[in-house]
Ligand binder design. Structure first.
Ligand SMILES: Cc1cc2nc3c(=O)[nH]c(=O)nc-3n(C[C@H](O)[C@H](O)[C@H](O)COP(=O)(O)O)c2cc1C
Length: 369
């Protein structure tokens, strides 16, 4: 299984990614938040500079519906040494989709097809795609899959939701099963394109949620009478129907998640050369990780407010690390209501010393999940 860290605009910057790789690891590929303009901003350039991303495998992401812009940005990325770029067809934000970009582009499969035809013909880099299932109806998915199957998509990362579902509601693993069936199966109704690697994305928060998704996808595939995963006619095993996953919010809540999932695999190594166990999700490691991110932002940003803005964004997700009902971790358990009080104090801080006091008390008084 390969583990990818999802791009999250404003949060998974190079500073976050670098600290994550140092303290936790377990990630096979990190993706940058999207680059949207043909003239890359200083911030975007800094985010992809190889010296800022040493030691991690990074795929820069592009968001556009204009082939010329895509090719220009890809050229620039090639000049920094990248050999693969990712196309964002998943962003649901109104300002993006109104211009038929991100997930908005999925509403026009013919234009999308023409766009893909141009970029796959002219771009010297490998191109992976991050997509949703459609706009408002799961029936859109089949047509989109038929479009993707026409191109050498290096990887198709499927956020198993429709645009209209934004980030909430149950994802649709059955649509992922449909992609496995149509792209990797052998049969008369399939558009087989074995070279397209598939990657599952959506609400992987724990080993249990991963197991549930694997079982669901496998049982959906088993329900197709004519599915064969290879020429021998073998059915797909639950553990092998998904061979790569991308994790977003789950990793922000528990930065050790990918490492922990990896450690369940027999061939994994979780001890660093220095003897540090990187699958540990303990307060000490989380605090050190947090402090490095804070200090690195302080080095590149002037004034407390922009730094605090970044840290508060991160806490929106990271606070969940402290919610536990396990009495062996916390005598009373720490419920959402309790941690919200700490989060409120963190959010109120407009100076770094005040912020640090709020974070200190969270770490002192609450236990990790
Ligand atoms: C705050 C935020 C920012 C995001 N930014 C991006 C982005 O820049 N590019 C992208 O492809 N997806 C972006 N996403 C979507 C995530 O990469 C991911 O697909 C989504 O959160 C579902 O995965 P998860 O359930 O593991 O979080 C963003 C999501 C959130 C919540």
């Amino acid at each position: 299984m390969l583990y990818y860290a999802a791009p999250m605009e404003g949060i998974t910057t190079y500073i976050y990614r670098r600290a994550h790789a140092r303290f936790y690891g377990g990630i096979d590929k990190y993706f940058t938040p999207f680059i949207a303009g043909r003239k890359m901003t200083t911030r975007e350039v800094r985010d992809i500079l190889p010296k800022n991303n040493a030691g991690v495998t990074l795929v820069p992401q592009i968001l556009t519906n204009k082939a010329a812009d895509f090719l220009e940005i890809a050229d620039r990325l090639a000049s920094y040494g990248y050999d693969t770029v990712n196309l964002n067809l998943g962003c649901p934000s109104g300002t993006v989709t109104a211009k038929k970009r991100g997930a908005g582009f999925l509403s026009e499969p013919e234009s999308l097809d023409a766009f893909l035809s141009q970029i796959y013909e002219k771009c010297p880099l490998r191109i992976s795609v991050k997509t949703r299932l459609g706009i408002s109806d799961l029936n859109e998915w089949e047509k989109l899959l038929a479009v993707y199957a026409k191109y050498p998509v290096q990887e198709l990362i499927v956020h198993t939701r429709l645009l209209q579902e934004f980030y909430t509601g149950a994802p649709h693993p059955e649509a992922y099963a449909d992609a496995v069936y149509r792209l990797h199966g052998i049969g008369s109704t399939q558009v087989r394109s074995a070279q397209i690697g598939l990657c599952y994305n959506g609400d992987i928060l724990s080993a249990k949620s991963l197991n549930d998704v694997q079982s669901k996808v496998a049982s959906c595939i088993a329900a197709y009478d004519d599915y064969q995963c290879d020429e021998t006619g073998s059915p797909a095993a639950a553990s092998s129907v998904i061979d790569r996953i991308m994790i977003g919010r789950g990793l922000l809540r528990n930065p050790a998640l990918a490492r922990q999932l990896k450690d369940k695999q027999p061939q994994s190594h979780n001890i660093t050369d220095a003897g540090h166990d990187r699958s540990a999700h303990d307060a000490e490691t989380l605090r050190a990780f947090h402090d490095v991110i804070l200090n690195d932002y302080r080095e590149i940003m002037s004034g407390d407010l922009p730094v605090l803005f970044k840290m508060k964004d991160l806490w929106t997700y990271m606070i969940d690390a402290f919610i536990t009902s396990d009495p062996t971790r916390s005598p009373e358990g720490t419920d959402r209501h309790t941690v919200e009080k700490y989060l409120k104090r963190i959010r109120k801080a407009d100076r770094i010393p005040e912020y640090t006091i709020a974070v200190d008390s969270l770490f002192r008084e609450c236990f990790l999940r």
